[in-house]
Design a protein around this ligand. Sequence first.
Ligand code: PGA
Length: 251
Amino acid sequence: MRKKIVAGNWKMNTSIAEGVELAKAIVAKVNEVPQGVSLIVAPPFTHLTSVAKVLEGSPVALSAQNCADQPKGAFTGEVAASMLKDAGCAYTILGHSERREYYGETAEKLITKIALAFENGLKVIYCVGEKLAEREEGNHFDVVSEQIASVLFGLTPEQMKKVVIAYEPVWAIGTGVTATAAQAQEMHAFIRETLGTHFGEKVAQETTILYGGSCKPSNAQELFACPDIDGGLIGGASLKADDFIAIAKSY
Ligand code: PGA
């Protein structure tokens, strides 16, 4: 059985106090979430230690949204994977389309970041997804397979156990336009097949693949019912505990 995950990507939202309240509200309702569905929250860096205290003793795991591509030293403004581990993170998101688009995150950098995350005991939520024009040109499968091959194919099958993939079509992120369940399932099946060609069927079947992009309580059930969709990476709707929990309850 693949692990089912619903993860909240808070992006650059909430004050620390608001983030703590949000985490408390999620922890208070975690019992409502079906067995076998794991929750993760990814607050901004400044909130991590405060949120970690709230999550202590609960099954909700903590994730960062990014990490540095250097282990430590004179890299002003960066936060190292070791620091994230120290702050209580179990995961870091890497390769989010906003980071690829606005902060020049390349495959080369992502390979280094993943290695540093692993060295420091972090698991990785690795994001992939095509832009609207790429889908309209019919290139979406090529774009996603390239994002997977260029960054993940250097890993061992053992390391792949520490990777969760999030398929997030860029045109669906924060736009209110969700991929249809059929579009999402088609891409998830393709991602699994792509993993299978390189790593073999076992890794392909065991890798958790999340859907992200305007996932909300009203559409989560249909998406999560698809055989290759193992949960969601939730942006906007993860900022309200009730919505986040309702999404997790869609299983
Ligand atoms: P959204 O964001 O749910 O607000 O579309 C998802 C994401 O970018 O992770």
